[in-house]
Design a protein around this ligand. Structure first.
Ligand code: NAD
Length: 484
């Protein structure tokens, strides 16, 4: 007898269904039902796959929103973050959870990200007109963007990336650093709630309940994620660049600051202490080593000490400090990254006054404090004979990151020489490092400075595809050569 394969399959399904129907159904555990209840609420999902699927649907709905809608949603995002209680909450939680940075500076950074990250105004259309008609080049969305954010600027990066990416018409899957999980989830929830209330499609910004390296890897490989943006150290930047997808890499820096004999030394000292101590030296742009011309080094150090620097002169204490904050194989110990000068000094048995913001010491030019990105307010000073030597050493200390550098000088030729040679994404003259991200310097802000992939200080247009739209033989109105 011939048995039809479809019939067998139908019979098997029927039997399995009956067996299943007879089984008592297991009650979900308390934590399962809690997750079930929360899964997908305000963009927080149990799994990366669910998050990406929801984000993909949101992006397709978002395509039907107008530019006025985008503007409204970006403004909604700015407003919700800038609400006093929200700004204070995320700033406080970021410090508490990561154990890095300080509250007053987190407030400034979060406010800056919300106020000065460009929105839709960044997406200016290019138009070409001539005998053959009119061509438009518009900045268009990529689709779903996977954004990986650092522990050092966890909320600032989410705010800044969200504004630029939403303005550009994308939806976003965030992969936060696990050390900043709670504060990131809180922020994503806060933003989504406000966006939903403003009428935006649900799930424009999503993430997962348990951020992890594994989840980031799922996100990076997922076919629905069209672009990757990594803000972090060299490892993650290299990873996103090797995925075969369009990737923006915003990586590590080790910004040198050069001071020559023509500088306003007092101002230079104040600027350097303020830039270096900002958020306990966490920003990738912050001053990490000083290279000073011998003629003015003593005066510079004296002025730094009068403005919040504590100098260590004993080589044995400098060594003790290095042993304390560096790992055996090199690089900073995580437990000291983003800690205050007073906290670090206390650990080597030095009690200093509350005015102290930075620990300084003279070192050799190849000292690890000079050559490694420490991200804590320890600032080595290297004395050199002249400005050319200073610039040459700055080039070496910057380590080819081409990220950020500062110079205090009134010699235009030397300022130009240093800017040319170092080829950094940001070069600040006669100001603290943060002038380079729009604090006391012209220009917009960003917390994703894309040196390795070349976008520079990212903004909405960095997260776009440029598309050309051509109309032949019309809308060119300057002459009648093609008839009326
Ligand atoms: P990090 O590289 O440890 O982590 C950054 C992000 O990448 C985190 O979300 C982390 O979970 C993820 N990640 C790291 N390795 C991964 C891997 N192997 N697989 C999957 N995901 C991985 O950096 P951090 O300590 O969070 O941040 C500090 C670093 O970031 C510094 O080097 C700093 O200079 C740099 N940074 C650069 C910019 C910029 O705009 N260029 C801005 C902020 C921070």
């Amino acid at each position: 007898m011939d048995i039809d394969a479809n019939l067998i399959e139908k019979m098997v399904k029927q039997v399995l269904h009956e067996i299943d129907a007879g089984k008592p159904h297991a009650e979900p555990t308390q934590s399962e039902s809690k997750n079930e209840e929360k899964n997908g609420e305000y963009g927080i999902f149990n799994t990366m796959e669910e998050a990406i699927d929801a984000c993909d649907i949101a992006q397709k709905q978002y395509l039907f929103c107008s530019m006025a809608d985008r503007q409204k949603y970006v403004q909604t995002l700015r407003d919700v973050v800038l609400k006093k209680e929200n700004l204070e909450l995320i700033s406080r939680l970021a410090v508490e959870e990561t154990g890095m940075g300080n509250y007053p500076h987190k407030l400034i950074k979060n406010r800056l990200a919300a106020e000065k990250s460009p929105g839709i105004e960044d997406l200016s259309t290019e138009a070409l007109s001539g005998d053959d008609g009119l061509t438009l080049v518009e900045y268009c969305p990529f689709g779903v963007i996977g954004a990986i954010t650092p522990a050092t600027n966890p909320t600032e990066t989410v705010i800044c990336n969200s504004i630029g990416m939403l303005a550009a018409g994308n939806s976003i899957v965030f992969s936060p650093h696990p050390r900043a999980k709670d504060v990131t989830l809180k922020l994503v929830t806060m933003i989504n709630k406000a966006l939903e209330e403003a009428g935006a499609p649900k799930n424009l910004i999503v993430t997962v309940m348990e951020p992890s390296i594994e989840n980031t890897n799922v996100m990076m490989k997922h076919p629905k994620v069209r672009m990757l943006v990594a803000t972090g150290g060299p490892g993650i930047v290299k990873l996103v660049m090797s995925t075969g997808k369009k990737a923006i890499g915003a990586g590590a820096g080790n910004p040198p600051v050069v001071v020559d004999e023509t500088a306003d030394i007092k101002k230079a000292a104040i600027d350097i202490v303020n830039g270096c101590s900002f958020d306990n030296n966490l920003p990738c742009i912050a001053e990490k080593e000083v290279i000073a011309v011998d003629q003015i080094t003593d005066e510079l150090i004296r002025n730094m000490k009068e403005n919040g620097a504590y100098q260590i002169t004993d080589p044995a204490v400098i060594q003790k400090l290095a042993d304390l904050v560096r790992k055996e194989g090199g690089g900073p110990k995580t437990s000291f990254v983003g800690k205050s000068a007073l906290y670090i000094l206390d650990k080597i048995g030095i009690q200093a006054g509350p005015e102290v913001k930075v620990i300084i010491m003279e070192t050799a030019k190849d000292h690890p404090f000079v050559m490694e990105e420490l991200m804590m307010p320890i600032l080595p000073i290297v004395r050199v004979q002249n400005v050319d030597e200073a610039i040459d050493l700055a080039l070496i200390a910057e380590r080819g990151n081409r990220h950020t550098a500062m110079m205090h000088s009134k010699n235009v030729d030397k300022l130009t020489k240093m800017a040319k040679l170092l080829q950094t994404t940001i070069f600040v003259k006669n100001a603290p490092s943060y002038a380079g991200i729009g604090v006391g310097g012209e220009g917009h802000t960003t917390f994703t400075i894309a040196g390795p992939t070349g976008e520079g200080l990212t903004s909405a247009r960095s997260f776009c595809r440029k598309r050309r739209c051509v109309l032949s033989d019309a809308f060119h109105i300057r002459d009648f050569s093609n008839g009326l």
